[in-house]
Design a protein around this ligand. Structure first.
Ligand SMILES: Cc1ncc(COP(=O)(O)O)c(C=O)c1O
Length: 394
């Protein structure tokens, strides 16, 4: 490919205890499920880790001031967001962050509202925090997933405390527009809800005319009522290094969040800090090349799915995840069906949407082409449909 970075070469991940590949160890199933990518991280990240390892002393480590500055510079440069150093609260992961967030807002018995389908921990975190989850289904309007604001208003009760957003949204791949975010913020203000905004996929906007907009940047009022969750993990493919953060401008809210984390949440591993700083400071050229590659993969998936009768998907604006509607194919258990066809996908039932699957296209193009061929063949034999002979890759 025309880039100084190589996303094409298939890297053998066997022997690294990788969740994604070991699930299907010894079976001919291409794993396109859990959200990590098969690519090596940016060279600058690997280099920084080498240097830190070479030092050889790995004691207790606080967030380096230079990392805090790197995050502030990144938020200012990429999102026009001026953030004070004290607003940042470091976390070893964002599933952890979602759970701390639920515990830090309201009281046991309160309600957390979220749009479904959704990344599963959004639905489990409230229950684990003695809150209840109130689901508001997204709607398909003109082939695009949108929030039903009337349903959102109807879902609000005197116990509603928290609106938990995923922005960009996993699994439907929407990057919420300014007006959509403003509507969410208006609802939150009208009903005095705290906004929890998981923006872990913020660095993965694929459409070039779209910019990620942190909801906290809409106004000082919205910023005050928002807890934003961020991480370099998805954009730079370092989720195994466990370094993420919450941005909380309101001192009371921040205090409650830190108290809820208590002494239960451990420190960030020092290599996570090292990788995060290198990613934010020196990873931009790699991330741009990655986005170009992912756009190609996304286009390929959209083209292939559109050509398979019984399957459909909407345009993926952001993330490396395709959300595919397989209800028209009459398959009982889509996860199992596609595994039997040699492709490991995430079953939509886990996201509160049976009849859908999520496909992770953060992999080399050749592997993706093979997986799409397997899907096409499996559906062809199931539905007795004759497919066009031309290659998906053209
Ligand atoms: C929206 C969202 N939040 C959180 C996570 C997981 O974050 P972590 O690995 O830091 O726990 C994911 C991973 O796919 C995600 O998509």
């Amino acid at each position: 490919m025309n880039s100084e970075f190589d996303f094409d070469t298939l890297i053998d991940r066997s022997g690294t205890a990788t969740e994604k590949w070991e699930k299907y160890q010894g079976r001919d199933i291409i794993p396109l499920w859990v959200a990590d990518m098969d690519f090596r991280s940016p060279p600058a990240v690997i280099q920084a880790l080498h240097e830190r390892i070479e030092h050889g002393v790995f004691g207790y480590t606080h967030p380096p001031e230079s990392l805090v500055a790197a995050v502030q510079e990144h938020l200012q440069r990429d999102f026009d967001w001026q953030v004070q150093a004290e607003w940042l609260v470091w976390l070893p992961g964002l599933v952890c962050g979602l759970n701390v967030l639920c515990r830090s807002v309201g009281e046991p018995g309160d309600e957390v509202i979220t749009f479904t389908p959704i990344y599963p921990p959004f639905m489990s975190a409230p229950a684990l925090s003695q809150r209840s989850t109130v689901k508001v289904p997204l709607q398909l309007a003109g082939g695009r997933w949108v929030a039903d604001l009337e349903a959102l208003e109807r879902a609000i009760t005197p116990r509603s405390r928290l609106l938990l957003l995923c922005s960009p949204h996993n699994p439907v791949g929407r990057a919420w527009s300014r007006s959509e975010l403003q509507q969410f913020a208006d609802v939150a203000e009208r009903h005095d809800l705290i906004i929890g905004s998981d923006e872990i996929h913020a660095g993965l906007i694929l459409d070039q005319q779209i910019r990620h907009l942190p909801i906290a940047t809409l106004s000082p009022e919205t910023c005050r009522r928002t807890i934003t969750l961020l991480a370099p993990s998805k954009s730079y493919n370092i989720p195994g290094l466990g370094c993420s953060l919450a941005v909380i401008s309101d001192p009371q809210l921040r205090k409650r969040f830190i108290k809820a984390a208590g002494r239960i949440v451990p420190h960030v591993n020092l290599l996570g800090y090292t990788a995060a700083e290198a990613a934010y400071r020196k990873g931009e050229a790699w991330r741009q090349a990655l986005l170009a590659y992912l756009r190609g993969n996304r286009d390929l998936v959209e083209q292939a799915i559109a050509a398979i009768p019984g399957l459909s998907m909407s345009h993926v604006e952001a993330t490396y995840l395709a959300w595919i509607d397989v209800r028209g194919a009459g398959i009982d258990n889509p996860g199992r069906f596609f595994e039997a066809a040699g492709v490991g996908l995430s079953d939509g039932a886990d996201f509160d949407a049976p009849g859908f699957v999520r496909l992770n296209f953060g992999c080399s193009r050749s592997l993706l082409v093979e997986a799409l061929e397997r899907i096409r063949t499996a559906l062809g034999s199931t539905m007795g449909t004759k497919f066009h002979e031309e290659s998906i890759e053209q």
